[in-house]
Ligand binder design. Structure first.
Ligand code: MN
Ligand code: MN
Length: 322
């Protein structure tokens, strides 16, 4: 039941108004509009998987996450967050990507995010492979300068190149650091693990001043204290960006992805990371690398939809009853 005093904002179609399996397929059953005019938050799909190095399929991520998002309800019970009473949110569709050209796709994404920023809205982007995050950061840095970064991933994504290419899903954060899009003193990579090409694969980020928190450092622990420390280091005013590669979570909870690695974060730890971003000056968020063809139950997409909901709840200004 939405609060009548705040019904100026879009509300998701309720599960008792129209069955969840009926109706238009949009993120959280919100209205669809063609651009970010009038919005506080724009939900945007990026159906790209030509930056992927192993299994493909994340081009179908935005569509499947929309489908599974019908089960997400408008209030967070643990956080008491009410994002749809706090912000004007809509689904603005997908970027018109070029499935034959990654560099042109990257430019199209930057332009799409520029338009969201010009409209005064914040982007929450749904991939697609992790390459999509580079043009998002390029766009946001034009407004905010070097940003703090919370990066959940099994991988550092700091290769210099892949098959000779400077732009791919595993090079994103090296490019972003080189281009000064990120303040590395306020950059945290969480969940890194498994096997590398060399023993020092994760040291490049550390050498740039970033903090790497491996999956092993997270095992058997709550990440609430970790996130408290991260909030303290970043501070409440620094523009901060949250990028969440679904493969940061364990394949037992998120099998539908292209480069799964054992020993990942639990779904509750994933929630703790996103909820722990409340109090930061988040200027945008994304959820990348969900690959529906490897998600036979739909549960990876469903989890992804819930993670995106939690991102809305963690934006600054989100109303909470407590
Ligand atoms: Mn990644
Ligand atoms: Mn990854």
């Amino acid at each position: 039941m939405s609060n009548p005093t705040v019904e100026k904002y879009n509300q998701p179609t309720g599960g008792n108004e129209l069955p969840r399996f009926a109706g238009h397929t949009s993120f959280f059953r919100l209205p669809v509009q063609s651009d970010a005019t009038g919005l506080d938050v724009a939900l945007l799909g990026m159906p790209v998987d030509i930056g992927t190095s192993n299994r493909s399929g994340s081009r179908f991520g935005p569509r499947q996450i929309r489908t599974e998002s019908v089960l997400v309800r408008p209030y967070g019970m643990a956080t008491q967050a009410a994002p749809f009473d706090s912000f004007q949110v809509a689904d603005i569709g997908d970027v018109a990507v070029n499935p034959y050209n990654l560099l042109k796709t990257v430019d199209a994404i930057e332009l799409a995010v520029d338009k969201i920023v010009e409209a005064g809205a914040k982007p929450i982007s749904v991939g697609g492979d992790h390459t999509c995050t580079l043009p998002i950061l390029r766009s946001l840095a034009k407004k905010h300068g070097s940003m703090a970064l919370i990066h959940v991933d099994a991988h550092a994504d700091t290769n210099d190149e892949m098959f000779g290419e400077k732009v791919a899903h595993g090079t994103v954060f090296r490019r972003a650091i080189e281009e000064n899009l990120i303040d590395t003193k306020k950059m945290f990579q969480i969940g890194l693990r498994a096997t590398g090409y060399a023993e020092d694969d994760f040291d490049w980020s550390r050498g740039q001043g970033a903090t790497v928190i491996t999956a092993e450092e997270c095992w058997y622990k709550s990440l609430v204290p970790t996130m408290e420390q991260i909030r303290e280091t970043i501070g409440p005013d620094t523009p901060a960006y949250l990028t969440f590669d679904i493969d940061g979570l364990d394949p037992s909870v998120a099998p539908g992805t292209g480069t799964p690695e054992p020993g990942g974060l639990s779904s509750s730890q994933g929630l703790e990371v996103i909820r722990g971003c409340y109090g930061l000056n988040l200027v945008g968020c994304d959820l990348m690398e969900v690959s529906p063809p490897y998600d036979t139950s739909g549960n990876t997409s469903l989890l992804g939809a819930n993670l995106i909901f939690e991102m809305l709840c963690s934006l600054p200004g989100c109303i909470r009853r407590t």
